[in-house]
Write a protein that binds this ligand. Structure first.
Ligand SMILES: [Zn+2]
Length: 256
């Protein structure tokens, strides 16, 4: 729980059970941060994705206090495509789906029936679609997910990004980290992504075909885009716009 003058948030790892019990009658939604433990190039720490999801979720939880419970983050996601980079951990897609559904089932036993997953890692997206569909169809509870704030700020990215390929430890992600959780960025190691020429020029990319690949086939140093161009000001703008855009939906979702 935040102290003194800070806006309050119900963040499960910081609460006790009597505090949760007292809060439950007002809670209308659980916000579940989901990330990964994967390489983020020479300058991003392994917790980049779950730290981003956690920090964005906490901001959302503050805006929705006392109606939202922000849970413990899911720190490992689907990262098999990064496995050639030392340290990367990955779950099988079926395991992640089970983990997400088990978290929803636990929360449902405490009386929470609406689940919003804040995702910080693109590789988790197919599993989140399956898990939220199953929560709806098998448990009868409303569930949704978004990769946030990224899904909400495409228009802002267009004006900012100059690199031919982004989406991982790039100027966008590192800008957002510099604002959300600056400890996650090794500023003295910021390096442009070494995107492989053949990855940029494949016919499949031009056609929008999604071909499975390992990340080291796409980028030599594990980064896409140019993180040396990251800006905390842009990160702040992106996060604040993302929050402002998602809040009306969250309010509607909670009241449904
Ligand atoms: Zn990431």
């Amino acid at each position: 729980m935040s102290s003194n003058n800070q806006p309050k948030v119900l963040y499960l790892p910081d609460l006790t059970w009597p505090e949760v019990k007292a809060a439950l009658p007002d809670i209308k939604v659980a916000i579940i941060p989901v990330g990964s433990s994967e390489q983020h190039g020479p300058h991003g720490k392994f917790q980049t994705d779950y730290a981003a999801a956690r920090e964005f979720s906490i901001r959302l939880g503050k805006a929705l206090y006392p109606n939202a419970l922000v849970t413990t983050p899911v720190a490992i996601g689907i990262s098999e495509h990064h496995i050639h980079f030392p340290g990367t951990l990955s779950l099988r897609a079926s395991t992640l789906i089970d983990v997400l559904m088990d978290i929803a089932a636990s929360l449902e036993k405490h009386g929470i029936k609406k689940f919003f997953f804040v995702n910080g890692h693109g590789g988790n997206e197919p599993a989140l679609t399956i898990a939220t569909n199953r929560i709806k169809h098998e448990m009868g509870c409303n569930a949704a997910w978004g990769t946030l704030p990224w899904d909400l700020i495409g228009d802002l990215s267009k004006g900012f990004v100059k690199s031919p390929m982004t989406g991982h430890s790039c100027e966008r992600e590192i800008s957002i980290m510099l604002y959300l959780w600056p400890d996650g960025v090794k500023k003295d190691a910021l390096t442009p992504g070494k995107i492989r020429k053949q990855a940029l020029e494949t016919l499949g990319r031009k056609l929008g075909v999604r071909e499975a690949s390992f990340f080291d086939e796409v980028t030599e140093n594990g980064a896409l885009g140019d993180a040396t161009k990251a800006s905390v000001e842009w990160g702040k703008k992106a996060v604040e716009a993302g929050l402002e855009r998602i809040l009306p939906y969250m309010k509607e979702f909670m009241e449904r």
